[in-house]
Write a protein that binds this ligand. Sequence first.
Ligand code: NAP
Length: 248
Amino acid sequence: MSLLKDKVALITGGSRGIGEAIVRRYVEEGAAVAFTYVSSSERAEKICEELNANGAKVKAYKSDASSYDEAEALVKSVLEDFGKVDVLINNAGITRDTLLMRMSEEQWDQVITVNLKSVFNLTKHMLRPMLKNRSGSIINMSSVVGVFGNAGQANYAASKAGIFGFTKSMAKEVGSRSIRCNAIAPGFIETDMTDELDEETKKAFLSGIPLKRLGKGTEVADACVFLGSDMSQYISGQVLSVCGALNC
Ligand code: NAP
């Protein structure tokens, strides 16, 4: 299939996990892809080598999404290299889990800055070129934890809930220029991030998932293909959960 033929996507945090799955699915659907990482240089280069050897156009950029200035420089470089960006996927995210009683100011700030301020940074710098093109799809990676909360994740839940308000506001601000903005709320997806959880927490999560299994990165990527493609042209300001009916 080529649902994303002739489209260019910029994906933050594409070196591992859900982001890597999105990079691969976007390439399968015919998109040219720019993606970012902060520390996984070798892995990012390997992904590019593999995909480019098969005829894709993929480039990795080392860029900290939590930095306003780095986001500005990134958008400039990607536009120089690719000519345009049709789909922006704000996927980069981290956890610093602990109960609020033990949470440091640094743990709070890191999570809010990487998970939420990054969405502002990238969207802010991407908006002008998208407005000029009078088209674009922005997809923000939130979480079901932003809807329901989770003990030990007050910082993470606040960052992900903030994404909902941002997404809906953007949809209203730029809808008249045919720019769409949606959020995805994954449930419990198998990646390095969820690998860090202890067995007991994993078991507790699993027992609450009606589909009785963890999700896969590719399943979140499929939702990103839909929201980035012309199949969702009248869908904006929405939150799409990819969670196996967890907590619904
Ligand atoms: P992951 O496996 O830990 O991968 C995180 C990715 O983000 C990596 O590519 C990492 O780059 C990148 N990254 C981290 N900090 C960054 C920064 N400051 N600037 C740019 N890139 C940065 O995480 P994941 O599980 O795939 O999660 C991806 C997104 O989905 C996150 O927003 C997460 O909150 C959300 N989510 C995940 C789950 C789940 O169950 N896994 C559930 C709900 C929502 P490096 O490789 O260079 O470190």
